[in-house]
Ligand binder design. Structure first.
Ligand SMILES: [Ca+2]
Ligand SMILES: [Ca+2]
Ligand SMILES: [Zn+2]
Length: 706
């Protein structure tokens, strides 16, 4: 991913983007903790109606396909998810727009805009030159070049619109993908000022903390188009520091017409220059018990003042002690006056060893020169907070709590460290938006690389499953730190209560059992990644069985092959607003580039987790009569608008699946009960889970008014 900066004009924009990265919404928190699931799966959620493609779009798609292009349409938006094939950007029967053509001479940004112009009719975009500006240009190990473009409307950035155009080694465009927001028709004059937006954000912040927020930059006017209803909005960031819970950065989107808070979430920043006058030297010390507990040696730093630092100048990592008291190296770079650390700080020694491994992994396996591919130092802040059960990437540093001793031990174990590091890799590549499905994919890629790094460095401990062997590799996440359950997450079986604990099961099927529809946890970023986690496990290991109602037989391609497909899907084909439907084509395109023999396994594993083309879902069941309080026993009919779908239900509050009771006739209800129902049909996604509660007069006297 070497930056290629073909013109002076683009150079200025690229720098601006890099500067923005420490303050803007591209840098988001990445908590490893398991958040509460209060607005549970019963929260009502309705997809907006699908947009219809126009006759012109259908005609152009036909012409494109006649020229051997593959056009994959989004199921709800009337835009392609991806257009792939030779000759993109050259004049053809499908070209439209202003007639720009890609010259193929390595002027990648101009050519990318020309490609979008030639696809203008397919995307129904108006003016590619006005509507896109370059975000980044990256070259990969295959010699391909990838141009990322962000959408612009009336000169304002569109949050929710970003596409990418991909060029092969001969500078020929072969794929365009991403999300284009159609039909924007907005007056961009704001009705409130940036100062007023700030006041509204501060009012909102005051509901959460008594600490006064610090405004990081002037509010930016932009187009907020993450939902289906685009709004003119201000984006601003308020940062706070709480001595107990550490730093927070609240990212606000405030409607510029009516002052509504459209979205708020949390992100953080800091970095100092390391020491310099000395040389590398091996430092020994004992690591955390969860990682085996033995004494190890790492290549650290001897500084001429006589101190030994957990710091490596050429492998780009160092350890920092974030504690304010209790250690000889409080509030500074981790150091001792002796070359032997002994057992004096297992947290710091584990961090040093783990970050050395992580940098080696990404350099040797993926050719990445630190997370920004430009030799950025990975700073590991240890002993963060007090009894803090969390770890996060704050946009510039990696932070780890010591745990509370009953939920979790110190968090700086290898897979959690690699998970956080992968968030940094993501921020500098796909930049997956940390909300909703794109956020869940962001989380899942971090779990995937957490597992990859563990398998890279540690002996295979998978035979012990569902148990755990300290210091051995497995498909569990956080198992070497976790106490209250065997692991935080389980990629081999995300819904296994034995490993993750009852109530913490994650979905293994897109919109299947345990899919989270609520708005907590940035709309389920730590839940709905279970689907891609299990997909990755199946892609690596293969297997056969039935996954939440879907029968599958998969020949695994092996983890050391799959990790390359994963890396390419993430760093080349995923974009800021990729959802499961987009990531499906990202995995397939990545496999197509690397080894076409792998495509069949990628396809089969995607199908096994319900990530199928189109992603149309069965209509949710409805109840008649509706839930409520009744005088005597009633007969409840449960129906779905989808023909020939089967409805399964439970009466004990548990999540219905295809092994629950099949609905065949109206249910006679005589006492208080909650019916939970879900509808299934082959070839379609399951409906969401709906529930209805029935009560009866006389059984609930406490509810009468006094
Ligand atoms: Ca392990
Ligand atoms: Ca693990
Ligand atoms: Zn995370």
């Amino acid at each position: 991913m070497n930056a290629v900066l073909p013109t002076a004009c683009f150079r200025a924009r690229a720098l601006q983007f890099l500067l923005l990265c420490s303050t803007a919404l591209v840098c988001l928190p990445a908590l490893a903790v398991r958040p509460s699931r209060s607005a549970g799966p019963s929260a009502r959620h309705q997809d907006p109606p699908a947009r219809q493609r126009t006759a012109d779009q259908r005609e152009l798609a036909l012409r494109a396909e006649n020229e051997s292009l593959s056009v994959k349409w989004h199921s709800r938006r009337a835009t392609p998810v991806s257009v792939r094939g030779k000759g993109l950007g050259r004049p053809g029967a499908f070209s439209s727009g202003k007639g720009l053509t890609a010259g193929g001479q390595g002027r990648f940004v101009d050519d990318a805009v020309a490609v979008m112009d030639s696809l203008a009719g397919l995307y129904r975009l108006k003016d590619a030159q006005q509507e896109f500006r370059a975000r980044s240009v990256r070259k990969d190990r295959l010699g391909h070049t990838h141009v990322s473009l962000e959408q612009v409307y009336a000169g304002l950035k569109v949050v929710g619109g970003a596409v990418a155009v991909h060029f092969d080694g001969a500078a020929e465009a072969y794929e365009a993908n991403g999300r284009y927001v159609q039909d924007l028709d907005l007056k961009t004059a704001p009705a409130i000022t940036g100062d007023e937006a700030e006041t509204l954000a501060r009012k909102n912040l005051a509901l959460r903390t008594p600490i006064k927020g610090q405004l990081e930059a002037d509010p930016e006017l932009l187009i907020y188009a993450l939902g289906d209803d685009a709004r003119v909005a201000y984006h601003l960031t308020l940062s706070t520091f709480d001595p107990k819970s550490g730093a927070e950065r609240r990212e606000y989107f405030v409607d510029a017409l009516n002052g509504d808070i459209l979205l708020v979430f949390d992100s953080v920043a800091h970095v100092d220059a390391p020491t310099a006058n000395g040389n590398h030297t091996p430092i020994s010390g004992s690591i955390l018990a969860g990682e085996g507990g033995g004494s190890v040696s790492v290549s650290g730093w001897y500084e001429n003042t006589g101190n030994y630092y957990l710091y490596n100048k050429t492998n780009y990592w160092y350890v920092y002690n974030a504690a304010s008291s209790g250690y000889s190296d409080n509030n500074t770079y981790a150091y001792r006056a002796s070359v032997s650390w002994g057992t004096s700080d297992r947290v710091e020694m584990s961090a040093a060893r783990n970050f050395a491994i992580i940098q080696n992994y990404f350099r040797t396996v993926h050719g990445l020169n630190s997370f920004d591919n430009a030799g950025a130092f990975a700073r590991a802040n240890m002993h963060v907070g007090s009894s803090y059960v969390n770890a996060y990437w704050d946009g510039s540093t990696f932070n780890f709590g010591d745990g509370d001793g009953f939920t979790a031990n110190p968090l700086g174990v290898l897979d959690v460290s690699a998970h956080e590091y992968a968030h940094a890799v993501t921020d500098y590549s796909a930049d997956l938006y940390y909300y909703g499905e794109s956020g869940a994919l962001n989380e899942s890629f971090s779990d995937i690389f957490g597992a990859n790094v563990e398998f890279f460095a540690q002996p295979d401990g998978t035979a012990a499953y569902p148990n755990v062997t300290a210091g051995q590799s497995d498909w569990l996440v956080g198992e070497d730190s976790w106490i209250s359950t065997k692991a935080l997450r389980d990629m081999r079986n995300p819904a296994n209560p034995v490993t993750v604990g009852s109530g913490n099961q994650l979905p293994t099927r897109y919109k299947g059992t345990y899919w989270y529809y609520g708005t907590d946890d940035n709309a389920g970023v730590h839940y709905n990644g279970g689907v891609q986690n299990f997909f990755y496990y199946l892609l690596c290991q293969g297997g056969s069985g039935t996954n939440d109602g879907i029968p599958y037989v998969i020949a695994g391609i092996g983890r050391t092959n799959a990790e390359h497909v994963a890396y390419r899907a993430l760093t080349v084909y995923a974009g800021p607003y990729s959802e499961y439907e987009d990531i499906r084509t990202a995995w397939i395109s990545a496999a197509t580039d690397l080894n076409t023999n792998w495509i069949v396994s990628v396809d089969a594993a995607l199908e096994a987790v319900g990530v199928i083309p189109g992603l149309a879902a069965v209509a949710p069941p409805t109840f008649n009569p509706p839930e409520g309080t009744y005088g005597s026993s009633i007969s409840v009919t449960v129906e779905t608008a989808t023909a020939e779908a089967s409805i399964y239900y439970t009466l004990n509050g548990s999540e219905p699946s295809q092994s629950s009771t099949l609905y065949s006739a109206p249910l006679v209800v005589t006492s208080a009960v909650t019916i939970k129902a879900k509808a299934f049909k082959d070839g379609l996604l399951p409906s969401e889970t709906v529930s209805a509660s029935y009560n009866f007069l006389g059984t609930r006297i406490y509810s009468f008014p006094l």
